[in-house]
Ligand binder design. Structure first.
Ligand code: PLP
Length: 396
């Protein structure tokens, strides 16, 4: 397959060596732990070049490799490494870049467990200090740089509050100061945003979300240049034993075939739902980077080619019974924590925060009881809007 074909074509065929498995249109799942060699010389040669040989499935596996090649091409990177979860990909990247006593700059609304990894785990185990910045202007990053700053960690759009960072500007600043950069690009996917082309060193995804898209697998991926990702393969992947299951890789390969179509549909549905909510009398505000009213709309237009289907909004009520009746009133949007799948989901941060915080602490964090997050799926958009309309009718 020619690397110059269009993306949709590549997602169907690139890296699939059908001749090697009887022309099967869908590749087999290489569900084997080891690979046998014809003689002493053959295994000897494989040991000399471990990145390019199949030896043992904690390292390379053909099903996993096929997906990695497709994702690397799609993101404009030289190499991708799959991981068994998005968090495994994030942890591996942080460990790759960081040593004890280093300093990190990250955005303050980073994905919760990633923030916890830095703040609670790496801080205690390795004395790594993190400065969390709002990240909405380049001066935030510049002011936070210290002599021992080794990494800037972005998430744009952030999946908590949907704020953006100017990716090219941060990459340029970091390069000029010898600092490495990584970005969580799970929201936009490589279909809509290509951070590696903007100068970022490593791009990571939870492929549990849009890349997988069917809510039937959990996984992560790291994409970057050959040297960087090979190093991650030899250390954080093989040594820490973060092996990706061939079955998950195979499901992801299936998912990638429809990725561009699914993402276009998430965008169309997401945009229609956002416009409906924006005008609704029971809603006080909405965070969706695709709306013209979004504070960083211009920046989004500059660095993204489109918008997906995860967004949040604020109900015009703080009465918990009304908020509950809205959430329980939804029949198509199901209640759940993840996002990016075929199905529409709703989640209210109040459900978890109310267990740990009182209402005052809650407000101090800038969260209100009426905050609602929805993941707009692939159902018919009229059904989704009707569902929201009926449930919003439960609010006085
Ligand atoms: C879900 C998620 C992750 C973590 O991915 P897992 O596959 O659940 O480990 C990381 N970043 C973002 C933005 C996510 O939404």
């Amino acid at each position: 397959m020619n690397k110059k074909s269009k993306l949709e074509t590549q997602l169907m065929h690139y890296a699939e060596e059908r001749g090697a498995y009887h022309g099967a249109i869908v590749p087999p799942i290489f569900q084997n732990s080891l690979f046998a060699f014809k003689d002493w010389e053959a295994i000897d040669e494989a040991f000399d070049d471990r990145v390019n040989h199949y030896i043992y499935s904690r390292g390379k596996n053909p099903t996993v490799k096929m997906v990695e090649e497709k994702i690397a091409l799609m993101a404009g990177g030289e190499r991708a490494q799959l991981f068994p979860s998005g968090m495994a990909a994030i942890t591996a990247s942080c460990l790759h870049f960081l040593s004890p006593n280093d300093h990190v700059i990250a955005i303050k609304n980073l994905y919760g467990p990633a923030s916890s990894l830095l703040k609670n785990y790496l801080a205690k185990k390795m004395n790594i200090e993190t400065t969390f910045v709002s990240g909405e202007c380049i001066e935030d990053f510049e002011a936070a740089i210290q002599e021992n700053t080794k990494l800037i960690y972005l998430e744009s759009p952030s999946t908590a509050v949907f704020s953006l960072q100017d990716i090219s500007a941060v990459a340029k600043l970091a390069k000029s100061r010898g600092i490495k950069t990584m970005i969580d690009n799970t929201w936009a996917t490589p279909i809509f945003q290509k951070p590696l082309e903007m100068g970022i060193d490593l791009e990571i995804h939870s492929f549990t979300k849009y890349l997988g898209g069917h809510s039937d697998l959990v996984g992560g991926v790291v994409i970057g240049n050959q040297v960087e990702v090979d190093d991650i393969f030899h250390h954080e992947y093989e040594l820490l034993g973060a092996k990706t299951a061939p079955m998950e890789a195979w499901l992801l390969l299936r998912s990638l075939r429809t990725l561009s179509m699914r993402i276009e549909k998430h965008q169309a549905n997401g945009m229609a739902v956002a416009k409906f909510l924006e005008k609704h009398s029971k809603i006080s505000s909405i965070q969706y980077p695709g709306l013209k009213s979004f504070p960083q709309y211009e920046l989004g237009q500059k660095q993204m080619k489109g918008y997906t289907g995860l967004m949040s909004f604020k109900l015009k009520t703080d009465a918990i019974e009304e908020i509950k009746s809205f959430v329980n009133g939804l029949k198509i949007f199901q209640i759940g924590v993840s996002w990016g799948g075929h199905e529409s989901l709703v989640y209210a941060p109040a459900i978890s925060y109310l267990k740990e915080l009182d209402e005052k602490q809650f407000k101090n964090m800038g969260i209100s009881l009426g905050d609602i997050r929805i993941s707009v799926g692939l159902e018919h958009v009229e059904d989704l809007i009707n569902d929201l309309e009926v449930a919003l009718g439960h609010i006085k």
